[in-house]
Design a protein around this ligand. Sequence first.
Ligand code: EPZ
Length: 430
Amino acid sequence: MDRIRIRGGNRLNGTIAISGAKNAALPLMIVSLLTPETLTLSNVPRLADVKLLQRILQNHGVDIMIAGKRPGQNGQSGDTKQLSAKTIADTTAPYELVSKMRASFWVLGPLLARCGEAKVSLPGGCAIGTRPVDMHLLAMEKLGAEIAIENGYVIAKAPRGLTGARISFDKVSVGATHAALMASVLAKGDTIIENAAREPEIGDVAECLVKMGAKIEGIHSSTLRITGVTSLHGCEHEVIADRIETGTYAMCAGMTGGDVLLKGARPDTLGAVMDVMRQTGIEVTETNDGIRIYRNGAALQPVNVDTQPYPGFPTDCQAQLMALVTKANGTSMIRETIFENRFMHVQELARLGADIHLHGDTAEVRGVAKLTGAPVMATDLRASVSLVIAALAAEGETMINRVYHLDRGFETLEEKLQACGADIERISGN
Ligand code: EPZ
Protein backbone atom coordinates (compact mmCIF):
# COMPACT_ATOMS: atom_id res chain seq x y z
CA MET A 1 0.00 0.00 0.00
CA ASP A 2 1.24 3.49 -0.81
CA ARG A 3 2.46 5.77 1.93
CA ILE A 4 3.12 9.50 2.05
CA ARG A 5 6.27 10.92 3.65
CA ILE A 6 6.23 14.54 4.83
CA ARG A 7 9.05 16.55 6.36
CA GLY A 8 7.41 19.50 8.09
CA GLY A 9 8.43 23.13 8.50
CA ASN A 10 8.18 24.58 4.98
CA ARG A 11 5.91 27.56 4.40
CA LEU A 12 3.59 27.15 1.38
CA ASN A 13 3.80 29.76 -1.36
CA GLY A 14 2.28 29.60 -4.83
CA THR A 15 -0.94 28.56 -6.56
CA ILE A 16 -3.16 25.50 -6.11
CA ALA A 17 -5.81 24.77 -8.76
CA ILE A 18 -9.04 23.59 -7.15
CA SER A 19 -10.56 20.49 -8.77
CA GLY A 20 -14.18 19.73 -9.52
CA ALA A 21 -16.17 18.66 -6.45
CA LYS A 22 -16.26 14.93 -5.69
CA ASN A 23 -19.64 15.35 -3.99
CA ALA A 24 -21.09 16.98 -7.08
CA ALA A 25 -19.41 14.76 -9.70
CA LEU A 26 -20.79 11.57 -8.12
CA PRO A 27 -24.50 12.54 -8.15
CA LEU A 28 -24.09 14.24 -11.55
CA MET A 29 -22.77 10.99 -13.02
CA ILE A 30 -25.75 9.15 -11.50
CA VAL A 31 -28.11 11.63 -13.16
CA SER A 32 -27.06 10.13 -16.53
CA LEU A 33 -29.38 7.21 -15.71
CA LEU A 34 -32.40 9.51 -16.12
CA THR A 35 -32.07 9.99 -19.87
CA PRO A 36 -31.23 7.89 -22.96
CA GLU A 37 -29.33 10.85 -24.35
CA THR A 38 -25.74 11.82 -23.68
CA LEU A 39 -24.79 13.79 -20.56
CA THR A 40 -21.43 15.52 -20.99
CA LEU A 41 -19.71 16.46 -17.72
CA SER A 42 -16.55 18.58 -17.66
CA ASN A 43 -14.15 19.35 -14.80
CA VAL A 44 -14.69 15.83 -13.38
CA PRO A 45 -11.95 15.13 -10.81
CA ARG A 46 -9.70 12.10 -11.30
CA LEU A 47 -10.54 10.25 -8.08
CA ALA A 48 -10.83 6.65 -6.97
CA ASP A 49 -14.49 7.17 -6.03
CA VAL A 50 -15.25 8.46 -9.55
CA LYS A 51 -13.59 5.41 -11.10
CA LEU A 52 -15.58 3.10 -8.85
CA LEU A 53 -18.87 4.80 -9.69
CA GLN A 54 -18.03 4.43 -13.39
CA ARG A 55 -17.88 0.66 -12.90
CA ILE A 56 -21.26 0.68 -11.17
CA LEU A 57 -22.88 2.78 -13.91
CA GLN A 58 -21.35 0.64 -16.65
CA ASN A 59 -22.87 -2.38 -14.90
CA HIS A 60 -26.26 -0.70 -15.35
CA GLY A 61 -25.48 -0.24 -19.06
CA VAL A 62 -24.14 3.32 -19.16
CA ASP A 63 -21.55 3.91 -21.88
CA ILE A 64 -18.83 6.22 -20.62
CA MET A 65 -16.36 7.97 -22.91
CA ILE A 66 -13.53 10.10 -21.57
CA ALA A 67 -12.33 12.87 -23.87
CA GLY A 68 -8.61 12.92 -24.62
CA LYS A 69 -6.31 15.84 -23.89
CA ARG A 70 -7.01 18.92 -26.00
CA PRO A 71 -4.38 21.39 -27.28
CA GLY A 72 -3.53 23.88 -24.57
CA GLN A 73 -5.22 21.84 -21.86
CA ASN A 74 -3.00 21.45 -18.80
CA GLY A 75 -3.12 18.63 -16.30
CA GLN A 76 -5.00 20.84 -13.86
CA SER A 77 -8.40 20.72 -15.54
CA GLY A 78 -10.54 17.69 -14.82
CA ASP A 79 -11.74 15.04 -17.24
CA THR A 80 -14.58 15.57 -19.68
CA LYS A 81 -16.80 12.49 -19.65
CA GLN A 82 -19.72 11.59 -21.89
CA LEU A 83 -22.23 9.29 -20.20
CA SER A 84 -24.97 7.62 -22.27
CA ALA A 85 -27.60 5.40 -20.72
CA LYS A 86 -29.36 4.54 -23.99
CA THR A 87 -30.93 1.56 -22.27
CA ILE A 88 -30.65 0.26 -18.72
CA ALA A 89 -29.33 -3.29 -19.00
CA ASP A 90 -29.41 -4.15 -15.31
CA THR A 91 -31.32 -2.53 -12.43
CA THR A 92 -29.22 -4.19 -9.72
CA ALA A 93 -26.45 -2.39 -7.84
CA PRO A 94 -24.46 -5.21 -6.22
CA TYR A 95 -23.13 -5.32 -2.65
CA GLU A 96 -19.52 -5.77 -3.72
CA LEU A 97 -19.62 -2.40 -5.43
CA VAL A 98 -22.05 -0.39 -3.26
CA SER A 99 -20.24 -1.41 -0.06
CA LYS A 100 -17.06 0.21 -1.40
CA MET A 101 -18.62 3.59 -2.19
CA ARG A 102 -21.76 4.64 -0.36
CA ALA A 103 -22.92 7.29 -2.81
CA SER A 104 -23.59 4.51 -5.34
CA PHE A 105 -26.70 3.79 -3.26
CA TRP A 106 -28.06 6.97 -4.82
CA VAL A 107 -28.77 5.12 -8.09
CA LEU A 108 -32.00 3.98 -6.41
CA GLY A 109 -34.04 7.08 -7.32
CA PRO A 110 -33.05 7.33 -10.99
CA LEU A 111 -33.48 3.57 -11.60
CA LEU A 112 -36.96 3.70 -10.08
CA ALA A 113 -37.87 6.80 -12.06
CA ARG A 114 -36.53 5.46 -15.38
CA CYS A 115 -37.29 1.72 -15.10
CA GLY A 116 -39.94 1.38 -12.38
CA GLU A 117 -37.74 -1.02 -10.43
CA ALA A 118 -34.39 -1.26 -8.65
CA LYS A 119 -32.46 -3.75 -6.53
CA VAL A 120 -29.79 -1.85 -4.65
CA SER A 121 -27.55 -3.20 -1.91
CA LEU A 122 -27.84 -1.45 1.43
CA PRO A 123 -24.54 0.43 1.77
CA GLY A 124 -23.85 -0.70 5.33
CA GLY A 125 -22.07 1.42 7.87
CA CYS A 126 -18.68 3.03 7.44
CA ALA A 127 -15.84 4.33 9.59
CA ILE A 128 -17.59 7.58 10.53
CA GLY A 129 -20.97 6.17 11.52
CA THR A 130 -23.91 3.85 10.88
CA ARG A 131 -25.09 6.03 7.98
CA PRO A 132 -28.71 4.77 7.71
CA VAL A 133 -30.77 5.30 4.54
CA ASP A 134 -34.26 5.34 6.10
CA MET A 135 -34.95 8.84 4.80
CA HIS A 136 -34.07 7.78 1.23
CA LEU A 137 -36.59 4.92 1.48
CA LEU A 138 -39.24 7.18 3.03
CA ALA A 139 -38.90 9.55 0.08
CA MET A 140 -39.29 6.73 -2.46
CA GLU A 141 -42.39 5.41 -0.65
CA LYS A 142 -43.90 8.91 -0.58
CA LEU A 143 -43.44 8.97 -4.37
CA GLY A 144 -45.41 5.72 -4.62
CA ALA A 145 -42.70 3.05 -4.70
CA GLU A 146 -43.15 -0.30 -2.91
CA ILE A 147 -40.02 -0.94 -0.83
CA ALA A 148 -38.88 -4.24 0.67
CA ILE A 149 -35.60 -5.22 2.31
CA GLU A 150 -34.38 -8.72 1.47
CA ASN A 151 -30.95 -10.22 2.16
CA GLY A 152 -29.29 -6.83 2.56
CA TYR A 153 -30.85 -5.42 -0.60
CA VAL A 154 -33.50 -2.75 -1.13
CA ILE A 155 -36.08 -4.15 -3.58
CA ALA A 156 -38.01 -1.19 -4.98
CA LYS A 157 -40.91 -1.35 -7.41
CA ALA A 158 -43.02 1.34 -9.10
CA PRO A 159 -44.64 -0.50 -12.03
CA ARG A 160 -46.98 2.41 -12.76
CA GLY A 161 -44.22 4.98 -12.37
CA LEU A 162 -43.75 7.46 -9.53
CA THR A 163 -46.30 10.10 -8.47
CA GLY A 164 -45.43 13.52 -7.13
CA ALA A 165 -45.80 14.02 -3.35
CA ARG A 166 -44.99 16.26 -0.40
CA ILE A 167 -41.76 15.01 1.19
CA SER A 168 -40.86 16.61 4.49
CA PHE A 169 -37.54 15.45 5.99
CA ASP A 170 -37.18 15.39 9.80
CA LYS A 171 -33.48 16.17 9.52
CA VAL A 172 -31.24 17.55 6.79
CA SER A 173 -29.78 14.82 4.60
CA VAL A 174 -27.68 15.46 1.50
CA GLY A 175 -28.17 11.96 0.09
CA ALA A 176 -31.88 11.76 0.78
CA THR A 177 -32.37 15.17 -0.86
CA HIS A 178 -30.46 13.97 -3.93
CA ALA A 179 -32.58 10.79 -4.02
CA ALA A 180 -35.89 12.62 -3.76
CA LEU A 181 -34.86 15.21 -6.36
CA MET A 182 -33.59 12.66 -8.90
CA ALA A 183 -36.70 10.50 -8.55
CA SER A 184 -39.28 13.30 -8.60
CA VAL A 185 -38.18 14.99 -11.84
CA LEU A 186 -39.79 12.14 -13.84
CA ALA A 187 -42.74 11.55 -11.47
CA LYS A 188 -46.31 12.33 -12.51
CA GLY A 189 -47.39 15.65 -11.02
CA ASP A 190 -45.84 17.98 -8.48
CA THR A 191 -43.40 17.24 -5.64
CA ILE A 192 -42.43 19.47 -2.73
CA ILE A 193 -39.28 18.60 -0.79
CA GLU A 194 -39.23 20.36 2.59
CA ASN A 195 -36.16 20.68 4.85
CA ALA A 196 -34.03 19.88 1.82
CA ALA A 197 -30.26 20.03 2.24
CA ARG A 198 -28.79 23.24 0.78
CA GLU A 199 -25.24 22.08 0.05
CA PRO A 200 -23.96 23.74 -3.17
CA GLU A 201 -23.51 20.31 -4.75
CA ILE A 202 -27.28 19.79 -4.62
CA GLY A 203 -27.78 23.11 -6.37
CA ASP A 204 -25.24 22.04 -9.00
CA VAL A 205 -27.18 18.82 -9.66
CA ALA A 206 -30.50 20.70 -9.78
CA GLU A 207 -29.10 23.20 -12.29
CA CYS A 208 -27.89 20.33 -14.46
CA LEU A 209 -31.33 18.66 -14.28
CA VAL A 210 -32.97 21.94 -15.37
CA LYS A 211 -30.64 22.02 -18.40
CA MET A 212 -31.89 18.49 -19.15
CA GLY A 213 -35.49 19.72 -19.16
CA ALA A 214 -36.51 19.20 -15.53
CA LYS A 215 -38.80 21.75 -13.87
CA ILE A 216 -37.38 22.73 -10.46
CA GLU A 217 -37.99 25.83 -8.37
CA GLY A 218 -36.32 26.93 -5.12
CA ILE A 219 -32.87 25.71 -6.12
CA HIS A 220 -30.34 26.39 -3.29
CA SER A 221 -33.22 26.82 -0.81
CA SER A 222 -34.57 24.35 1.76
CA THR A 223 -37.86 23.93 -0.13
CA LEU A 224 -37.65 22.44 -3.61
CA ARG A 225 -40.72 22.40 -5.89
CA ILE A 226 -40.58 19.97 -8.80
CA THR A 227 -43.08 19.55 -11.64
CA GLY A 228 -42.57 16.12 -13.15
CA VAL A 229 -41.87 15.77 -16.89
CA THR A 230 -42.19 12.69 -19.08
CA SER A 231 -38.55 12.61 -20.22
CA LEU A 232 -35.23 14.40 -19.97
CA HIS A 233 -32.67 15.12 -22.69
CA GLY A 234 -28.88 15.29 -22.56
CA CYS A 235 -26.85 18.41 -21.81
CA GLU A 236 -23.36 19.69 -21.10
CA HIS A 237 -22.47 20.65 -17.53
CA GLU A 238 -19.31 21.69 -15.70
CA VAL A 239 -18.80 20.26 -12.21
CA ILE A 240 -18.68 22.96 -9.52
CA ALA A 241 -15.35 23.64 -7.76
CA ASP A 242 -14.76 21.53 -4.65
CA ARG A 243 -15.44 23.63 -1.52
CA ILE A 244 -14.08 20.91 0.79
CA GLU A 245 -10.82 20.72 -1.14
CA THR A 246 -10.72 24.54 -1.00
CA GLY A 247 -11.12 24.54 2.79
CA THR A 248 -8.54 21.78 3.10
CA TYR A 249 -5.79 23.56 1.16
CA ALA A 250 -6.66 26.83 2.88
CA MET A 251 -5.90 25.10 6.18
CA CYS A 252 -2.67 23.65 4.78
CA ALA A 253 -1.56 27.18 3.90
CA GLY A 254 -2.79 28.58 7.20
CA MET A 255 -1.02 25.85 9.17
CA THR A 256 2.39 26.42 7.57
CA GLY A 257 2.19 30.17 7.11
CA GLY A 258 2.78 31.44 3.59
CA ASP A 259 0.84 32.91 0.72
CA VAL A 260 -1.26 30.64 -1.51
CA LEU A 261 -3.79 31.39 -4.27
CA LEU A 262 -6.57 28.78 -4.46
CA LYS A 263 -7.34 29.11 -8.17
CA GLY A 264 -10.94 28.47 -9.20
CA ALA A 265 -12.21 28.42 -5.61
CA ARG A 266 -15.77 29.69 -5.20
CA PRO A 267 -16.07 32.01 -2.13
CA ASP A 268 -19.88 31.92 -2.46
CA THR A 269 -19.89 28.20 -1.61
CA LEU A 270 -17.65 28.32 1.43
CA GLY A 271 -20.27 29.38 3.99
CA ALA A 272 -18.78 29.47 7.45
CA VAL A 273 -15.37 28.07 6.46
CA MET A 274 -13.97 31.48 5.51
CA ASP A 275 -15.33 33.09 8.69
CA VAL A 276 -13.78 30.40 10.90
CA MET A 277 -10.46 30.69 9.05
CA ARG A 278 -10.43 34.43 9.69
CA GLN A 279 -11.19 33.84 13.38
CA THR A 280 -7.98 31.80 13.62
CA GLY A 281 -6.06 34.82 12.34
CA ILE A 282 -5.57 33.64 8.77
CA GLU A 283 -6.09 36.28 6.09
CA VAL A 284 -8.67 35.14 3.51
CA THR A 285 -9.09 37.44 0.50
CA GLU A 286 -11.48 36.92 -2.41
CA THR A 287 -9.79 37.54 -5.76
CA ASN A 288 -11.21 37.50 -9.29
CA ASP A 289 -9.84 34.02 -9.93
CA GLY A 290 -10.21 32.41 -6.51
CA ILE A 291 -9.23 32.94 -2.90
CA ARG A 292 -5.88 34.07 -1.48
CA ILE A 293 -4.78 32.61 1.86
CA TYR A 294 -2.07 34.45 3.73
CA ARG A 295 -0.52 34.13 7.17
CA ASN A 296 2.72 35.72 8.18
CA GLY A 297 4.24 34.74 11.53
CA ALA A 298 1.21 35.67 13.67
CA ALA A 299 0.08 32.91 16.02
CA LEU A 300 -3.10 30.94 15.24
CA GLN A 301 -6.02 31.81 17.51
CA PRO A 302 -8.35 29.13 19.03
CA VAL A 303 -11.97 28.82 17.86
CA ASN A 304 -15.24 27.25 19.05
CA VAL A 305 -17.10 25.55 16.19
CA ASP A 306 -20.10 23.21 15.80
CA THR A 307 -20.40 21.36 12.48
CA GLN A 308 -23.74 22.05 10.80
CA PRO A 309 -25.53 21.42 7.51
CA TYR A 310 -24.78 24.06 4.85
CA PRO A 311 -24.28 27.02 5.16
CA GLY A 312 -22.85 26.14 8.58
CA PHE A 313 -19.34 24.79 9.11
CA PRO A 314 -19.13 21.51 7.12
CA THR A 315 -18.46 18.22 8.86
CA ASP A 316 -16.17 17.37 5.93
CA CYS A 317 -13.77 20.10 7.11
CA GLN A 318 -13.94 19.21 10.82
CA ALA A 319 -10.84 17.00 10.91
CA GLN A 320 -8.87 19.57 8.93
CA LEU A 321 -9.84 22.39 11.31
CA MET A 322 -8.87 20.23 14.28
CA ALA A 323 -5.40 19.72 12.82
CA LEU A 324 -5.07 23.46 12.22
CA VAL A 325 -5.87 24.44 15.82
CA THR A 326 -3.58 21.84 17.43
CA LYS A 327 -0.96 24.62 17.42
CA ALA A 328 -3.32 27.51 18.26
CA ASN A 329 -2.52 29.94 21.05
CA GLY A 330 -5.18 28.54 23.44
CA THR A 331 -7.95 25.92 23.67
CA SER A 332 -10.50 25.27 20.90
CA MET A 333 -13.79 23.38 21.21
CA ILE A 334 -14.98 21.52 18.11
CA ARG A 335 -18.39 19.80 18.24
CA GLU A 336 -19.35 17.20 15.61
CA THR A 337 -23.15 17.26 15.25
CA ILE A 338 -23.60 15.33 11.96
CA PHE A 339 -21.88 11.95 12.45
CA GLU A 340 -21.51 9.89 15.60
CA ASN A 341 -17.96 8.69 15.10
CA ARG A 342 -15.96 11.26 13.24
CA PHE A 343 -13.08 11.69 15.68
CA MET A 344 -10.81 8.84 14.56
CA HIS A 345 -8.14 11.37 13.56
CA VAL A 346 -7.81 12.42 17.23
CA GLN A 347 -5.63 9.47 18.27
CA GLU A 348 -3.46 9.86 15.20
CA LEU A 349 -3.03 13.61 15.76
CA ALA A 350 -2.07 12.79 19.36
CA ARG A 351 0.78 10.64 18.00
CA LEU A 352 2.15 13.85 16.47
CA GLY A 353 1.99 15.58 19.86
CA ALA A 354 -1.47 17.16 19.75
CA ASP A 355 -3.25 17.60 23.12
CA ILE A 356 -6.92 16.70 22.48
CA HIS A 357 -9.55 15.57 24.99
CA LEU A 358 -12.90 14.11 23.87
CA HIS A 359 -16.10 14.87 25.77
CA GLY A 360 -18.86 13.01 23.88
CA ASP A 361 -19.50 14.88 20.64
CA THR A 362 -17.01 17.62 21.48
CA ALA A 363 -13.23 17.70 21.10
CA GLU A 364 -11.27 20.01 23.42
CA VAL A 365 -8.09 20.92 21.54
CA ARG A 366 -5.44 22.49 23.77
CA GLY A 367 -2.90 24.27 21.60
CA VAL A 368 0.72 23.05 21.85
CA ALA A 369 3.91 24.85 20.89
CA LYS A 370 5.08 22.16 18.54
CA LEU A 371 4.17 18.92 16.81
CA THR A 372 6.71 16.18 16.11
CA GLY A 373 6.71 13.85 13.12
CA ALA A 374 5.78 10.16 13.62
CA PRO A 375 4.29 7.21 11.71
CA VAL A 376 0.47 7.58 11.56
CA MET A 377 -2.47 5.75 10.01
CA ALA A 378 -5.16 7.20 7.75
CA THR A 379 -8.62 5.92 8.73
CA ASP A 380 -11.09 7.73 6.46
CA LEU A 381 -11.02 10.29 3.71
CA ARG A 382 -11.08 13.56 5.62
CA ALA A 383 -9.24 12.22 8.68
CA SER A 384 -6.34 11.27 6.42
CA VAL A 385 -5.91 14.80 5.11
CA SER A 386 -5.96 16.21 8.65
CA LEU A 387 -2.79 14.17 9.22
CA VAL A 388 -1.22 15.84 6.17
CA ILE A 389 -2.06 19.28 7.58
CA ALA A 390 -0.51 18.49 10.96
CA ALA A 391 2.55 16.82 9.37
CA LEU A 392 3.23 19.92 7.25
CA ALA A 393 3.87 21.85 10.48
CA ALA A 394 5.46 19.05 12.53
CA GLU A 395 9.18 18.98 13.23
CA GLY A 396 10.83 16.03 11.48
CA GLU A 397 9.41 13.28 9.34
CA THR A 398 5.86 11.89 9.29
CA MET A 399 4.91 8.75 7.41
CA ILE A 400 1.19 8.43 6.65
CA ASN A 401 0.05 4.88 5.96
CA ARG A 402 -3.08 3.69 4.08
CA VAL A 403 -3.20 6.72 1.82
CA TYR A 404 -5.76 5.03 -0.44
CA HIS A 405 -8.23 6.93 1.75
CA LEU A 406 -6.74 10.18 0.46
CA ASP A 407 -6.99 9.09 -3.16
CA ARG A 408 -10.75 8.75 -2.79
CA GLY A 409 -11.26 12.48 -2.50
CA PHE A 410 -8.13 14.50 -3.24
CA GLU A 411 -6.79 14.68 -6.78
CA THR A 412 -2.95 14.77 -7.05
CA LEU A 413 -2.59 16.06 -3.51
CA GLU A 414 1.17 15.61 -3.29
CA GLU A 415 1.79 17.41 -6.58
CA LYS A 416 -0.39 20.33 -5.57
CA LEU A 417 1.46 20.74 -2.26
CA GLN A 418 4.93 20.08 -3.73
CA ALA A 419 4.33 22.88 -6.23
CA CYS A 420 3.94 25.25 -3.26
CA GLY A 421 7.13 24.13 -1.53
CA ALA A 422 5.99 21.29 0.73
CA ASP A 423 8.50 18.50 1.35
CA ILE A 424 6.04 15.69 0.55
CA GLU A 425 6.36 12.55 -1.53
CA ARG A 426 4.42 9.36 -2.17
CA ILE A 427 6.25 6.11 -1.51
CA SER A 428 4.71 3.36 -3.59
CA GLY A 429 4.12 0.23 -1.58
CA ASN A 430 3.52 -3.30 -2.75
C1 EPZ B 1 -23.01 13.42 2.18
O1 EPZ B 1 -23.14 12.15 2.79
C2 EPZ B 1 -21.56 13.54 1.76
N1 EPZ B 1 -21.23 12.52 0.76
C3 EPZ B 1 -20.65 13.39 2.99
O2 EPZ B 1 -19.31 13.56 2.56
C4 EPZ B 1 -21.00 14.49 3.98
O3 EPZ B 1 -20.23 14.34 5.14
C5 EPZ B 1 -22.50 14.42 4.32
O4 EPZ B 1 -23.29 14.47 3.11
C6 EPZ B 1 -22.93 15.56 5.23
O5 EPZ B 1 -22.68 16.78 4.59
C7 EPZ B 1 -21.46 12.78 -0.54
O6 EPZ B 1 -21.96 13.84 -0.90
C8 EPZ B 1 -21.08 11.71 -1.53
P1 EPZ B 1 -26.31 12.88 5.05
P2 EPZ B 1 -24.63 11.59 3.14
O7 EPZ B 1 -27.40 12.03 4.50
O8 EPZ B 1 -25.59 12.04 2.13
C9 EPZ B 1 -28.26 10.88 8.87
C10 EPZ B 1 -17.07 13.01 2.29
O9 EPZ B 1 -16.15 13.01 3.12
N2 EPZ B 1 -29.13 10.16 7.93
O10 EPZ B 1 -26.38 14.36 4.83
O11 EPZ B 1 -24.49 10.15 3.42
C11 EPZ B 1 -26.80 10.46 8.76
O12 EPZ B 1 -26.55 9.32 9.55
C12 EPZ B 1 -18.41 12.44 2.69
O13 EPZ B 1 -17.01 13.48 1.13
C13 EPZ B 1 -30.19 9.40 8.44
O14 EPZ B 1 -30.38 9.30 9.65
O15 EPZ B 1 -24.90 12.35 4.52
C14 EPZ B 1 -26.08 11.68 9.29
O16 EPZ B 1 -26.10 11.64 10.70
C15 EPZ B 1 -18.39 11.84 4.08
N3 EPZ B 1 -31.00 8.75 7.56
C16 EPZ B 1 -26.97 12.84 8.82
O17 EPZ B 1 -28.24 12.26 8.50
C17 EPZ B 1 -30.83 8.82 6.21
O18 EPZ B 1 -31.62 8.21 5.46
C18 EPZ B 1 -26.46 13.55 7.58
O19 EPZ B 1 -26.17 12.57 6.62
C19 EPZ B 1 -29.75 9.60 5.71
C20 EPZ B 1 -28.92 10.26 6.59
